[in-house]
Design a protein around this ligand. Structure first.
Ligand code: PTJ
Length: 258
């Protein structure tokens, strides 16, 4: 149990949410975040983050727009080309897409590493257990025997044989300065964030402006489709992806609906 007391919602299990409800996806997402808080996985601040994301998703039309799909394909190509890809997990990611992150890690042969802004040993353990419960063999981030330079908060704590050594890092759901610090380390960064104006997607090599509940399964699907592609073919996908255009297209959709 977490330290937080929450009043139980009418819906105890996500199966009780009517699938034909017009706001089904959003209700499901809110429910998962609420359960994450109850289990001590998600920080209470994760609810604010989810609210922000939800507002942007509403304006995007709650769908994967073509530029996001292109970004997810480019992300898959980067992950397949990488020597040492790592998928970073925070409390919101663990609550929303635990099985999907484990599956993506399997398909592209990546490590999973817990990295928290509000870092406590209890939350680290709870998230690692949760991921193991969804099929993860190994979860990194608990050693924290290395530091990201030029970052003076808890997100700087990483595993030396994990994010510190990675060449490609997937950084979902954080509006902050870690993405910039990772970039300064020379890493290729893939960011998932529904807000195209957020700091992290603006410095990413591949900004994915999409809801993580759609972005991760779609990236996995692209990775499966590209499993037999040659290195040269993957490199063409990486080269052809236009990060500026992807950010502009998302902002245009949000501002104008077009
Ligand atoms: O678990 P911790 O302690 O590491 O803390 C995690 C949170 C999410 C609380 C922390 O990283 C945080 O405060 O994040 P921010 O600064 O609120 O940024 C979260 C970003 O994710 C915002 O830009 C949101 O728009 C975006 N976001 C929220 N939900 C989703 C999302 N993007 C994609 N899919 C979502 N479901």
């Amino acid at each position: 149990m977490s330290d937080y007391e929450t009043v139980s919602a009418d819906v105890e299990h996500e199966d009780e949410i009517p699938a034909d409800h017009p706001r089904y996806q959003d209700l499901l997402t809110r429910h998962r975040i609420e359960k994450g808080v109850e289990k001590g996985i998600t920080h209470l601040q994760g609810m604010h983050a989810e609210g922000r994301g939800s507002a942007f998703d509403y304006l995007l039309g709650e769908e994967t727009i073509p530029s996001a799909d292109a970004a997810e394909r480019a992300a898959a190509a980067h992950l397949l080309l990488a020597d040492h890809p790592v998928l970073s997990i925070n409390g919101n990611v663990a609550a929303l897409v635990p099985a999907e992150m484990v599956e993506l890690a399997d398909v592209v042969d990546a490590d999973l590493e817990v990295n928290l802004f509000n870092r406590t040993p209890e939350r680290l353990e709870a998230i690692a257990d949760h991921l193991r419960g969804h099929g993860a063999d190994e979860v990194k981030g608990l050693e924290a025997d290395a530091r990201i330079p030029n970052l003076d908060h808890q997100r700087a704590k990483v595993d030396e044989d994990g994010i510190y050594a990675a060449d490609v890092v997937l950084v979902p759901l954080e509006d902050g300065d870690r993405a910039e610090a990772l970039e300064e380390m020379g890493k290729t960064e893939i960011v998932i964030d529904l807000n195209p104006l957020s700091r992290s997607p603006r410095v990413a090599d591949v900004p994915i402006v999409d809801n993580i509940v759609r972005a991760v399964p779609n990236t996995t699907a692209h990775a499966r489709n590209l499993a037999d592609a040659s290195e040269a073919e993957l490199e063409v996908i990486v080269e052809e992806f236009d990060r500026e255009r992807a950010l502009e297209a998302a902002e245009e959709r949000i501002r104008t609906g077009l």
